[in-house]
Design a protein around this ligand. Structure first.
Ligand code: G4P
Length: 528
């Protein structure tokens, strides 16, 4: 396979969902189709993802589970597929958001009974910001859920995205009979007694009498025909460009647990999803199809919980070119060459040492502490990819060290954890006594912070929870900004000395916005 073909056949995507929508189940089924696993249930210790802090630490100590599941790769129908794991549950953190910056498309998984939930909404926003294609899989059709039209309306109302159902369900729950593929005009029949046994019938269209024979329920079939007609007349038209820009989401229906609808989704998605996309850099757009030299950026750092081994794993998304083991690349921020030799592993299912990899693939690099989030590595050049954004934390604590003598270790520790992206560190602005404030996206991070400083730096800390739930990076004309800085309470600066305002609730934030209409309140640091 030549270079261009290798890139064109790569698909790197993330599944975004709220806990319990069925992400683990869907991922397992995808891996089964790809032949990457032989039986379901081996993706990760599935219950572990729901565990509390002590178990989480245990998992990290074993250094297997969450690392292994950070990226899963398999081949299907000639495609090289990479699924990026977006941690959910209690270990939801800024990492989850950042992982999305390494994806070229996303699949939004929705529980048919629950619709769009809180975490899905947050993750969707990040995908929207990046303008990547978003596919929707509505899951658990074997259970009674909400009306599909209502769900489409919800996508538009809550997320502001139009949708195009690629398939349409016939019945639901007890009466679930199958899904009709509007493009291929195929009917997939659901057999509740043996869901794995899927009958596929080619129809000439929804009016084909074969449909009546296959589904022996007059009312169900006529309701289905009415719905399809309504979709054809009043629904959005299929538009590849809008799908590519993430403005129209193709919807698929199925039941992940019964593997139903999963293959159809997978095939359409691979066909429609983009290959590794060009990225903005200090040298302009780097298009992997044109730029055949290796480049990549670090989007996630996984700490090693074992204090005897401080080295960490830095996850690099290859953005262009080809990786070959042993190659020498430039670490642009520090201006030095580093060799990607023996310690370089692709931490996929089998945790093999990779010999070669292409744009779109993810590499896990063992790192003694030289790499940080957003760093660029390039071969034979010197450009940097756009800065990795910080996202608004939702929980804040004032942090201090218990024993003043340990101040140095404390500073070193929190500096390290900030670079890893586990926490965001702010300093109070214009306060009599300067205080350090830690912000995190998921509350579990506080406990992780406390335990890691204790075990790795031998430092005890004191955390004092603050009532804020929003951080906004502020920009705007000088006059208004100066006035704002003088009058607004609860201002902090981030590690780049940018002014950030903290708010307790939406009302407080809106009031400030109304008072200062000339200022912009940014939800993340992704602005220039
Ligand atoms: P998550 O990773 O998104 O958190 O979800 P996960 O796959 O763990 O699924 C959450 C629960 O939903 C699981 O049940 C799973 O079996 C169930 N589930 C997933 N897909 C479907 C589906 O298509 N239909 C139905 N009816 N259920 C589905 P659980 O009872 O929490 O766990 P388990 O004991 O079944 O593993």
């Amino acid at each position: 396979m030549n270079y261009k073909e290798a890139i064109e056949k790569r698909r790197t995507f993330a599944i975004i969902s709220h806990p319990d929508a069925g992400k683990t189940t869907l991922t397992e089924k995808l891996l089964l189709f790809g032949g990457a696993i032989r039986e379901a249930g081996t993706v990760k210790g599935r219950k572990n993802s729901k565990h509390a802090v002590s178990d989480w630490m245990e998992i990290e100590k074993q250094r297997g589970i969450s690392v292994t599941s950070s990226v899963l790769e398999f081949e299907y129908d000639g495609y090289n597929v990479n699924i990026l794991d977006t941690p959910g549950h209690q270990d939801f953190s800024e990492d989850t958001y950042r992982t999305l910056t390494a994806a070229d498309s996303a699949t939004m998984l929705i529980d048919v009974a629950k619709g769009v939930e809180a975490q899905t909404k947050k993750l969707f926003k990040v995908c929207r910001m990046r303008g990547i294609p978003i596919f929707t899989f509505i899951n658990k059709l074997d259970r009674q859920g909400r009306d599909p039209f209502e769900l489409m309306e919800e996508l538009e109302d809550l997320l502001g995205i139009r949708s195009y159902p690629m398939g349409w369900p016939i019945g639901m729950g007890q009466s679930f009979s199958g899904v009709y593929d509007r493009h291929a005009k195929k009917l997939e029949l659901y057999n509740p007694d043996n869901p794995k046994d899927i009958d596929i019938i080619q129809l000439s269209g929804p009016d084909d009498p074969k449909l009546d024979e296959a589904i022996n329920d007059e009312q169900l079939v006529s309701q289905f025909r009415e719905e399809i007609e309504l979709l054809d007349v009043a629904g959005d038209e299929y538009n590849a460009e809008l799908i590519a820009n993430g403005q129209l989401t193709p919807i698929f229906f199925g039941s992940a647990v019964s593997s139903f609808g999963v293959q159809t989704y997978l095939e359409h998605m691979l066909n429609l999803a983009p290959c590794p996309a060009p990225r903005n850099s200090s040298n302009g757009l780097i298009d992997p199809l044109e730029h055949q030299k290796f480049s990549g950026f670090i989007f996630k750092i996984q700490a090693n919980m074992n204090p005897a081994h401080r080295d960490r794993i830095a996850f690099l998304r290859i953005t262009s070119g080809k990786f070959e083991r042993g190659m020498s690349v430039k670490h642009v921020r520090i201006g030095k060459n580093i060799k990607l030799a023996q310690p370089t592993q692709l931490l996929a299912q089998s945790r093999n040492i990779v010999e070669e990899a292409y744009a779109g693939d993810i590499l896990g690099l063992f790192d003694p502490g030289n790499l940080r989030i957003g760093d660029t590595l390039v071969e034979g050049g010197s450009f940097e990819f756009a800065e990795m954004p910080h996202f608004s934390p939702e929980h804040f604590s004032a942090i201090s060290v218990k024993e003043a003598l340990k101040h140095k270790s404390f500073e070193k520790g929190i500096h390290q954890l900030t670079e890893e992206g586990a926490i965001q560190l702010f300093k109070t602005y214009n306060r009599f006594v300067e205080q350090q404030i830690v912000g995190v996206v998921g509350v579990l991070q506080f406990e992780v912070l406390e335990q890691r400083l204790k075990s790795e730096y031998n430092v005890d800390i004191q955390l004092e929870r603050q009532p804020f739930t929003f951080a906004r990076w502020i920009t705007g004309p000088e006059e208004a900004f100066t006035k704002f800085k003088k009058t607004q309470k609860n201002l902090v600066t981030d590690r780049d000395e940018r002014i950030v305002a903290l708010f307790e609730n939406e009302f407080q934030m809106r009031t400030a916005q109304e008072k200062y209409p000339d200022l912009t309140f940014h939800e993340n640091s992704f602005f220039k």
